[in-house]
Design a protein around this ligand. Structure first.
Ligand code: 6R9
Length: 630
């Protein structure tokens, strides 16, 4: 499965397109199966249904743990770096991780979790998070990790959507100098979640928390009561492995479902080939496990490869803006994978934070989550990679499960801000708004994928129709990514950003409708419209136009109150960067908000508002432009 040269890549790509079943069938041979599959692929993009490795039986944890715990028990699996650099880092070897996962899997069983149950995990970036995830997979429970920055309301929505039976959390968390109450937030969430019968609380900050008799139990206490022997549940290749909620263009986040076999194969295949991981390398992905990047490239891809995966609890600017570089120096990191927003923010702090650090262990740099602008690319390349580390700009999505378009480190010639070429098995296509293919090079269009890959989304939890309409109905027979894309003269792909109502803030997807719902919950708010605008550090910022019942007496205070409401309803990541109170919104005669105009104003491009004559009331535009300060 390993690609070593550009010739290998071309050969693999060709095979994967000409005969996908034998291509992926061969890759899948390198994994541990309990029973072989009967058919590699069955698919239908019109009435959406995909099955990879039908009839195959396996357990992803046997691939991530058992075989490595047996072959190289003392090799580090997880290297954990705490928030506070004065604290000791922790290394879990494959043997230790294996034992701890099996014990905790028994804790889950003892507390009534059975195969097919859904377990919500709301935890900071500590080893117990990885253990909890793998323990679920061990017994066939479906994990639903909720990012530790989400509010109680967001947790409750996600728990209720999938009827989680258990929540795993910690007493508290630390992020930089901030203490975050985790259990308290879970307690608030659970007021409205009757499906949850048990809460397991890992001790971390030892902040006082309430523990409800019969419902809440301490992790440390529970593991003492069980053995470390837990055979892996036999899973069908197409049984769900996890649900991960992500924002779309409608109000409610959707639960993206990935299944066991295909996801395992694709996350591992891409991990090894994109980053060119060699045994012994230390791999540091800075994402949170609450996002897909953490699922695929902190936990599953690296561990199935027997790699050393570094997990960092803290933030890039604590205790100072040199923290990432300190970690690279301290743990001799070979491969570093982060987001453009982090690069742009660290660029701003000046050279002294990386100048004295020894970054010579680095071989490969990665980028993910949003387009990387050329300035950030060059800064990363020159200062961190010292001009000798290939940068892999990896384009993919929660729904794709693994990296789709990306250079292979040191193999594919890179070009700043280009994700370059599709990986083997990925058949991208550009279409115009009518779904007509745009052929040739030097073109722009909407990015679709015309053939399934092993870790393609299987469904949206509890609502398969929604999956069909979101991804397979805009252009019938094709998977629609929601992204705009350029294919240049060399056939290289450059992702230009979302073409739907999704804003990418610091690499986090936020639906405009979700933010609007939260804004509209604030007392006195009549209506709101949210758009993205270019932001120096975050990539995109959130600009909110708000109509209030009455003109706020103290607009600054009202804005602060509104931000608090958004924090409560969604979480701090969805807080608008700018709020403008307006008396009306530009609407068409049929009542649709003309976001195009609001976007232009937010961008400051007020000279090119385009045709506004079709608006119900064109004068509101004038007022908004003035209000925005032009
Ligand atoms: C992995 C992840 C997906 C959206 C995606 C696109 C944007 C991700 C990118 C990129 C340009 C890259 N995106 N990687 N845009 N270049 N290398 O981020 O998943 O959170 O679901 O976001 O992020 O717009 O559609 P997710």
């Amino acid at each position: 499965m390993r690609i070593r040269s550009f010739e290998d890549y071309e050969k693999a790509y060709k095979e994967s397109v000409e005969d996908p079943e034998s291509f992926w069938g061969e890759v899948a041979q390198e994994f541990v199966w309990k029973k072989p599959w009967k058919k590699v692929l069955e698919w239908d993009f019109n009435n959406y249904d995909v099955k990879w490795f039908k009839g195959g039986k396996m357990n992803i944890t046997e691939n991530c743990l058992d075989r490595h715990a047996h072959n190289k028990p003392n090799q580090p699996a997880i290297i954990w770096e705490p928030n506070d650099p004065a604290e000791e880092s922790i290394t879990l070897t494959y043997k230790v991780l294996f034992d701890r996962v099996c014990s905790f899997a028994n804790v889950l069983k003892k507390n009534g979790v059975v195969k097919g149950d859904i377990v919500c995990i709301y935890m900071p970036m500590i080893p117990e998070l990885t253990i909890a995830v793998l323990a679920c997979a061990r017994i066939g429970a479906i994990h639903s990790v909720v990012f530790g920055g989400f509010s109680a309301q967001s947790i409750a929505d996600r728990i209720n959507d999938s009827q989680c039976k258990m929540v795993i959390t910690t007493d508290g968390a630390v992020r930089g100098a901030k203490h975050v109450p985790m259990k308290d937030t879970v307690d608030d969430a659970l007021i409205g979640c009757p499906s949850v019968k048990k809460v397991i609380v890992a001790t971390h900050t030892r902040t006082p928390v309430s523990m409800i008799k019969g419902r809440d139990a301490w992790w440390e206490h529970e593991v003492k009561l069980v053995s470390a022997d837990c055979p892996a549940e036999e899973m069908d290749s197409e049984d769900p492995l996890f649900i991960l909620y992500t924002s779309g263009s409608t109000g409610k986040p959707k639960g993206v479902v990935h299944t066991c076999g295909g996801y395992m194969i694709y996350s591992t295949y891409t991990f090894q080939n994109v980053f060119q991981y060699d045994p012994g390398d230390v791999f540091f992905c800075t994402a949170d496990v609450g996002w897909i990047t953490g699922h695929s490239y902190i936990i599953y891809g690296p561990l199935a490869s027997g790699a050393q995966s570094l997990m960092f609890e803290g933030v890039p600017t604590y205790p100072d803006a040199g923290r990432f570089w300190d970690i690279i120096d301290k743990h001799k990191v070979n491969i570093f994978y982060t987001a453009p927003t982090a690069i742009r923010s660290l660029m701003g702090f000046g050279d002294e934070y990386f100048k004295e650090k020894d970054l010579s262990s680095l071989k490969v740099l990665g980028s993910v989550g949003e387009p990387i602008n050329e300035e950030a690319w060059h800064w990363y390349n020159d200062n961190i990679g010292k001009g000798k580390c290939p940068i892999v700009d990896t384009w993919w999505q929660t729904e794709t499960g693994g990296i789709m378009i990306s250079p292979l480190a040191g193999i594919t010639k890179t070009k700043p801000s280009f994700a370059t070429l599709p990986l083997p098995g990925i058949q991208p296509m550009l279409v115009d708004e009518h779904g007509v293919e745009i052929e040739g090079n030097g073109v722009n269009g909407n990015l679709v994928i015309k053939f399934p890959w092993p870790s393609i989304i299987r469904t949206t939890w509890g609502d398969h129709e929604r999956c069909k309409t979101t991804y397979f109905s805009t252009y019938p027979g094709l998977y629609f990514t929601g992204d705009g894309c350029q294919r240049d003269e060399d056939g290289y792909y450059k992702i230009t950003g979302r073409v739907d109502d999704v804003i990418n803030v610091s690499g986090h997807r936020i639906g405009t409708a979700e933010v609007e719902n939260a804004l509209n919950m604030h007392t006195g708010v009549v209506e709101s419209a949210v758009v993205g605008y270019p932001h120096d550090i975050k990539g995109q910022g959130i600009y909110a136009y708000i109509i209030c019942e009455e003109t706020p007496e103290d607009p600054e205070m009202t804005k602060r109150d509104i931000l608090m409401t958004v924090t409560r309803v969604i979480g701090p990541i969805a807080k608008p960067d700018k709020i403008l109170f307006v008396s009306g919104l530009p609407k068409t005669r049929s009542g649709k908000i003309m976001r195009r105009i609001l976007r232009k104003i937010a961008e400051g491009d007020v000279k090119n508002l385009g045709d506004i004559s079709t608006l119900l009331d064109p004068t509101v535009v004038e007022e908004i432009v003035k209000g925005a300060g032009y």
